[in-house]
Design a protein around this ligand. Structure first.
Ligand code: MTE
Ligand code: HPA
Ligand code: MOS
Length: 753
C-alpha cells in the first residue's frame, strides 16, 4: 500500500533527519554542556575550541540576538547558560564545524571555570529547602477528608517512591536549519511541537514568526520526550544558521541525548487513606513531591494530570490531593506517555494493596467495591458519563475465571519452593484532552487535485503511532474513495499555523476531527455541484460509493474522477482549510474544578507473574486486557499501540532504573546500564479485547484515543511480581517503590526484617 509509513520503514525508505541530503555548504553542530550540576560560571575560554580543526564558529549566550529563553510555560530556562548552570548537560556553548566529528572534538576543548554550589537531586530534600518551581502547591479537593477520619475503621499511611524513565526514542534529538531569503529560516526538526519551535526560535532570533517555517516529516519516536525538549536543539541550529547564513545540522549522540534531556518525573508521595470495615474507601489524602529537575518545562501540567488521576478508576467521596513541583539539579523532567497520570495512579493502587492485608480483603475485591459508577464525580468536578469501568471489570471476570486462576497459582506456589507466581488486576481510567483547555484546537488543509488525488495537511506529527494512517482513513471514509488516493503531507507551520503539540493522546482526535470538517465541506460542494448540473433536487439522494456516484441508490455511471475534474472545470473550490476546537470543555484553575476532558478511556487488565526466588529474576507470563477503544478506526494500529504502551509501562515499573549520583551525574547513560524491555522480556501471552458496543461522540468515527492509556496497565506488573515475592518471603515488610528490578526483588526475597 502506497504512503504507508510502516512499509517505508521496513524498506528503509522513510527519511529521518539524519537521512536528509544536505548541501555541501552545510555545517555540523556539537554542544558543550555543563559538566557540573550546580554552579556559577567564572570564566569561559573558547580559544582552543575555535582553533580546533574545521571549526567555523562557536556561539555562547552573548551571540543571541533576541531573548535567551526557551521556557514555554514559565520563562526559567535559557538556551545557553549565562551566569549559572543548574544541571549536568545544560548547554553552554554551541560549536559549528565542517564535519560532525570535528564539531564534537572541538566541543571537548571548551574550558569553563565554575564555583560549585549545592546540588539537590531529591524532591523532598528540595521541598524542605524551599527549592520549588512555583511556591504554591496545586490542590484538588472533593468533600472533606478531615471530617471522616474518625469514621474510618482502618487508616493506612505510607510513602511511595517512583523512579523516572528514559524515552529512548530510536531517533535522537535532531534538527537542521536552512537560511532562507530575506533573513528567514526553514527549520526541520524531530519535534512533536513544530509551532513551539517556530515561536521560540523567532523570539531567540528576534524575528517574526512568519520568517520561520518549521517542518516535520516524521519522528523516530517521541513518547513525550520531543513535546518540549526538541526546542533547544532546533533553536541552536537556528541561531547558527541565522548568524552564519549556512545550513546547520545537529544530531545528538545517544549518550549526549540521555545525559542532556529530561525524563519521566520521579515522585515521592505520602498518603493517608481511610476505609470502612468492608473495604469502601472513605477518605484519601495524598501529597506528591514531583522531581521537576532544574526548570519548569511541562512539570506543572504534568502535576495537574497526576492530581486529576489520583483516584484512578475509583470513586472516593473525600479526597485531598496536593502536588509540589520541586526544583532539583537534574535535567528538566518532561512529558512521557501518561503525562503524570501513571505516577498518580500507582500511589492509590499501592494504598489499596497495603490496606488489603490489614483488612484481610483481597485487593481486587477492594478495587471492585470502589470502582466508578455512572454519575460519580472525579476530584476535579467532572462527572462520569458513558463510563465503562464496570463493564470492563465485569467482562474480564466473565472471560477469565479469576477464582480458577487464583487456585492454580496457590497450587503452583505450594508445589514449588523456588518459583512463585502472583496475579494482579489493574483497572485504568484516563482523561482525554489537554488539561490546559486552550490547547485543544487543530486545523486541517485539504486539497483535492484535479486528478482526484487528495493531500491533507494537519498539525499532527507522525511518530510511529499511526496518526497519518488514521487521518487518511477518516478522509477516505468521507469521500468514499480508495485509501491510496489520500496522502498525508508533512507537518509544516506555513500550512497549519498555531498548532498544538501532538500529545495528550489527542493527535488523531483533534486533527482527525479538523480533517473531517474540511473533507465534509469539499464533499458538500462537490455534491451540490453534481446535483445542480444534473437537475437533482434532493441532494440527500446523491452518494458516493467506492468512487462512483449513485442517485437514489442507482449507479449514475459517473466516477469520482469525473466529478472532481468537472467541478474543477466549473470553477468549484476543491480546497478547504478547517478548524476544530473540542466543544464543552473548561477548567477553572483557581478552584481546580470543571470539565477538563472530552471523555475518558477505560479498561481492566489481569497480570500473572512468575518469580525465580533463587535469582530474583522474573517474567510476566500473561496479560489479559479488556480495553475500551470506542469504535476503532484501525484495529491493527490500536492493538499495536496498546501492546507497545503496555510493555513500556511494564518497563517503567520493572527493569528501567535511572540512577543519578549525589553530584547529579547520570550513571545509567547508555544501554549497558539502562535496561528496557526487549522481545524476550515481553509477556509471551498478551490478549487484548476491545470492549464491544462502545461509541464515542467526540472521537472521529466514534473512536477513542489510544496512545497513552494502555501504558498504565503496566502498573499491574509491579503488583503481580510483588505478590509472588510476598508469597515467598511470608509478607515481610516491603517498601512500595518502583522500579521493582530483579536486584530489588532479590533483596526483598531475603529481607529478614
Ligand atoms: N507510539 C509510537 N510508536 N511512538 C511514540 O512516540 N508516543 C506516545 C503515543 N504512542 C508514541 C506512540 C505518546 S506519549 C502520545 S501522547 C501519543 O502517541 C501521541 O499521538 P496521538 O495523539 O496521535 O495518539
Ligand atoms: N498531556 C500531554 N501534553 C500536554 C498536556 C497534557 O495534558 N498539557 C500540555 N501538554
Ligand atoms: Mo505524550 S506524553 O502526551 O507526548
Amino acid at each position: 500500500m502506497k504512503n504507508y509509513d510502516s512499509v517505508r520503514h521496513v524498506k528503509g525508505e522513510s527519511l529521518f533527519i539524519d537521512d536528509l541530503s544536505i548541501p555541501s555548504s552545510a555545517l555540523f553542530g556539537a554542544v558543550y554542556a555543563s559538566p557540573i550540576a550546580h554552579g556559577k560560571i567564572l570564566s569561559i575560554s573558547l580559544e582552543e575550541a575555535k582553533a580546533s580543526e574545521g571549526v567555523v564558529a562557536v556561539f555562547t549566550q552573548s551571540d543571541i540576538p533576541g531573548v535567551n529563553q526557551i521556557g514555554g510555560i514559565i520563562h526559567d530556562e535559557k538556551l545557553l547558560a549565562s551566569e549559572y548552570v543548574h544541571f549536568i548537560g545544560e548547554p553552554i556553548a554551541f560549536i559549528t564545524a565542517k564535519t560532525q566529528s570535528q564539531a564534537r572534538l572541538a566541543a571537548k576543548k571548551v574550558k569553563v571555570e565554575f564555583e560549585k554550589l549545592e546540588v539537590i537531586t531529591d524532591p523532598k530534600d528540595a521541598f524542605r529547602k524551599g527549592s520549588l518551581i512555583v511556591n504554591d502547591p496545586k490542590i484538588y479537593i472533593n468533600g472533606n477528608v478531615d471530617e471522616v477520619w474518625d469514621k474510618c475503621d482502618l487508616i493506612v499511611e505510607d510513602t511511595v517512591e517512583l523512579g523516572g524513565q528514559e524515552h529512548l526514542y530510536l531517533e535522537t534529538q535532531s534538527s537542521i536549519s536552512y537560511p532562507t531569503e530575506g533573513g528567514g529560516l526553514k527549520i526541520i526538526s524531530s519535534t512533536q511541537n513544530p509551532t513551539a519551535i517556530q515561536r521560540t526560535a523567532a523570539s531567540v532570533l528576534n524575528i517574526s514568526a512568519n520568517q520561520i517555517e518549521s517542518e516535520v516529516s516524521r519522528l523516530g519516536g517521541g513518547f513525550g520526550g520531543k513535546e518540549d525538549q526538541a526546542t533547544a536543539w532546533a533553536c541552536l541550529t537556528a541561531l547558527a544558521a541565522y548568524k552564519l547564513k549556512k545550513p546547520v545540522k545537529l544530531i545528538l549522540s545517544r549518550q549526549d541525548d540521555m545525559r542532556m534531556t529530561g525524563k519521566r518525573h520521579p515522585y515521592t508521595s505520602d498518603y493517608k487513606i481511610g476505609f470502612s470495615g468492608e473495604g469502601k474507601i472513605l477518605a484519601y489524602e495524598v501529597t506528591y513531591y514531583q522531581n521537576a529537575g532544574a526548570a519548569a518545562d511541562l512539570s506543572l501540567p504534568i502535576l495537574d494530570r497526576t492530581l486529576a488521576h489520583c483516584t484512578n478508576s475509583y470513586f472516593i467521596p473525600n479526597v485531598k490531593a496536593t502536588g509540589w513541583c520541586c526544583k532539583t539539579n537534574l535535567p528538566p523532567n518532561t512529558a512521557f506517555r501518561g503525562f503524570g497520570g501513571p505516577q498518580g495512579m500507582f500511589v492509590i493502587e499501592s494504598a489499596i494493596h497495603k490496606a488489603s492485608k490489614l483488612l484481610g480483603i483481597e485487593p481486587h475485591l477492594i478495587q471492585a467495591l470502589n470502582l466508578f459508577k455512572e454519575g460519580d464525580e472525579f476530584p476535579y468536578g467532572q462527572k462520569i458519563e458513558n463510563g465503562k469501568s464496570q463493564e470492563c471489570w465485569q467482562r474480564i471476570f466473565e472471560k477469565y475465571d479469576i477464582d480458577a486462576v487464583k487456585r492454580d497459582l496457590e497450587t503452583f506456589n505450594s508445589n514449588n519452593k523456588l518459583f512463585k507466581k502472583g496475579y494482579a488486576l489493574m483497572p485504568i481510567c484516563f482523561g482525554i484532552s489537554f488539561t490546559h483547555t486552550m490547547l485543544n484546537q487543530a486545523s486541517a488543509l485539504v486539497h483535492v487535485y484535479s486528478d482526484g488525488s487528495v493531500g491533507i495537511s494537519t498539525g499532527a506529527i507522525e511518530m510511529g503511532q499511526g496518526v497519518n494512517m488514521k487521518i487518511r482513513q477518516i478522509a477516505a471514509n468521507i469521500f468514499n474513495v480508495n485509501l491510496s488516493r489520500i496522502k498525508s503531507e508533512t507537518t509544516n507551520t506555513t500550512r497549519n499555523a498555531n498548532t498544538s503539540a501532538t500529545a495528550a493522546s489527542s493527535g488523531a482526535d483533534l486533527n482527525g476531527n479538523a480533517a473531517s470538517i474540511a473533507c465534509n465541506a469539499i464533499l458538500k460542494r462537490l455534491i451540490n455541484f453534481f446535483a445542480e448540473k444534473n437537475n437533482i433536487e434532493d441532494i440527500n439522494s446523491v452518494e458516493i460509493r467506492n468512487e462512483k456516484l449513485f442517485v437514489n441508490g442507482a449507479d449514475f455511471n459517473y466516477s469520482w474522477n469525473d466529478l472532481v475534474l468537472n467541478a474543477y472545470h466549473n470553477r468549484i473550490n476543491l480546497s478547504e482549510h478547517s478548524f476544530y476546537a473540542t466543544p464543552d470543555i473548561y477548567f477553572d484553575t483557581k478552584t481546580n474544578k470543571g470539565k477538563p476532558f472530552a471523555y475518558h478511556v477505560y479498561g481492566t487488565s489481569l497480570f500473572i507473574s512468575k518469580v525465580d526466588c533463587l535469582r530474583g529474576t522474573y517474567e510476566i507470563e500473561s496479560v489479559k486486557i479488556i480495553h475500551d477503544i470506542g469504535q476503532s478506526i484501525n484495529k491493527v494500529i490500536d492493538r499495536s499501540q496498546a501492546e507497545g504502551a503496555l510493555v513500556q509501562g511494564i518497563g517503567w515499573v520493572t527493569l528501567e532504573e535511572i540512577i543519578y549520583n549525589s553530584d547529579g551525574r547520570l550513571l545509567t547513560d547508555n544501554l549497558s546500564t539502562y535496561k528496557v524491555p526487549d522481545i524476550n522480556f515481553t509477556p509471551k501471552d498478551i490478549e487484548i479485547e476491545f470492549l464491544e458496543n462502545s461509541y464515542n461522540k467526540p472521537g472521529p468515527m466514534n473512536s477513542k484515543a489510544i496512545g497513552e492509556p494502555p501504558f498504565m496497565y503496566g502498573i499491574g506488573a509491579y503488583f503481580a511480581i510483588r505478590n509472588a515475592v510476598e508469597s515467598f518471603n511470608g509478607r515481610k515488610e516491603m517498601k512500595y517503590e518502583a522500579p521493582l528490578t530483579p536486584e530489588r526483588v532479590l533483596m526483598n526475597l531475603y529481607n529478614n526484617k
